[in-house]
Design a protein around this ligand. Sequence first.
Ligand code: MCA
Ligand code: AMP
Length: 493
Amino acid sequence: MTNILFDALFARHAQNEATFLTLDDGASLSYAGFVKRVAQLAHAIVSAGVSPGDRIVVQAPKMLDTIALYAAAVQAGAVYLPLNTAYTQSEVTYFIQDASPALIVCDARNEDDIRQIGDTPVRTLAPDGSGTLSQAADGLPDAFDTVPRRAEDLAALLYTSGTTGRSKGAMLSHRNLLSNARTLTELWQITDQDRLIHALPIFHTHGLFVAMNTALLAGAQVRFMAAFDTGAIIDELPKSTLLMGVPTFYTRLLDDPRLTKDLTAHMRLFVSGSAPLLAETHAAFEARTGQRILERYGMTETNMITSNPYDGARVAGTVGFALPGTEVAITENGKPVADGEIGMIETRGDNVFQGYWNMPEKTAEELRENGFFITGDLGVKDAEGRVSIVGRQKDLIIAGGYNIYPKELEDVINEVDGVLESAVFGMPHPDFGESVLAAVVLEDPELTPEGIARAVEPQLARFKRPRRYIVLEALPRNTMGKVQKNVLRAEHA
Ligand code: MCA
Ligand code: AMP
């Protein structure tokens, strides 16, 4: 038995002296050097008590040892569970209780908060290398016997919220991750001649799998940026060939007058995903740079599902064709609809996850016995098979590529003393695409929006917090008693 993910992405680079990562301070590391660091970290996590199949929770800054820790977890046969660095202690507590990890790796600055959560062993990472995990790894051997795994064994557990408001852990196998990386690398023609500008966070599918796994598979160079910064990207464009980002990346670049055709002349491909790219952004980017952004569509549970073509028409406002090896069906009540008709987007293939951690009933609701996963996105397919997303059945706000589930926020706001009920909804936002608003009905007329904002702060990561609270006498409801968020959106535009 082998470890297909580790072998394909990492082990085969053991002798590869080509540059892999270039960091913000200009330091760079070869592929071979990276594989050695991964082995040291694999020893470090095993010494900390991690066995094959164990979960490792990681809420750490974007730095070399964090991405190496992902590889180390795969090499040690563990399950990598990355968390958004913006999550508060209260949010992290839920993930730890649900996933019962054998080890938590956190930002050294949060160590005290994280230790309060329970008695799981904790190690730390810090950008200056002073974290306890980095320090422990430094003295350890730079070779490690890779733990064999079956293709269906889990490599990662990524939490994604749902209509229930509670996050669900999407179980991703070695096959899920490797098959999608292979498909995308081939389709987008990524090679060892590419240099990727990596400015996405590495705790979500987009930055961790779509961007990193394809670069690793191809042996490409990665300009690994700790955070998104328009100016830094402008500086890198002339030296790079590939950028992957959320639509906000592209609107921010367009806001900068330095973005020109000359600046991007060396670039081969711009990819957008995680949220809808406005057709006007696509057009403006082409007008300014001559480059047509390639939009693709995916989900945490399914990896990437569709993509516009590399060769051939990239049509603005569409997400392209089902990826090779991935089926897409548009259905109503589970039955395929005719081409051109709107329905639920469903997908089947090696891309589709293994189910939700500890939630067999949720898994059964969304993953059909015939293997099709029900995305919750509404779409339409034309006669050629080109897919457009026209809406979402799930109540979801996407701000800057981050998913925000109104139900989760409403549960928190409704708990605030003096609030009777609330309805959270999204409004168009020029930078983030959408932003979060909350309509509240008060029990206590003295309660102010500032008071509510203060009360929810400890429980909600910054990016989720409503930007504005609107106090109403009552929420608009239809005859069935359901809150009409379309009415709220229309009235507060
Ligand atoms: C930052 N803020 C946000 C967001 N980002 N608020 C709402 N939504 C956001 N996405 C808040 C900050 O906390 C701050 O709040 C204020 O906005 C201003 O922050 P700013 O410095 O302008 O933001 P930034 O740090 O530059 O971040 C913007 C960003 C970032 C670079 C676009 O949000 C980002 O990296 N997004 C990518 C998300 C992503 O990777 N999604 C993929 C997951 P305050 O003013 O209160 O301090 S989806 C996925 O994986 C699926 C499968 C897929 O298809 O890809
Ligand atoms: P997540 O829950 O983070 O996995 O986000 C997945 C959701 O992001 C999908 O179900 C879609 O609603 C949305 N999404 C991803 N890519 C696109 C895209 N290119 N256009 C529109 N929505 C997208």
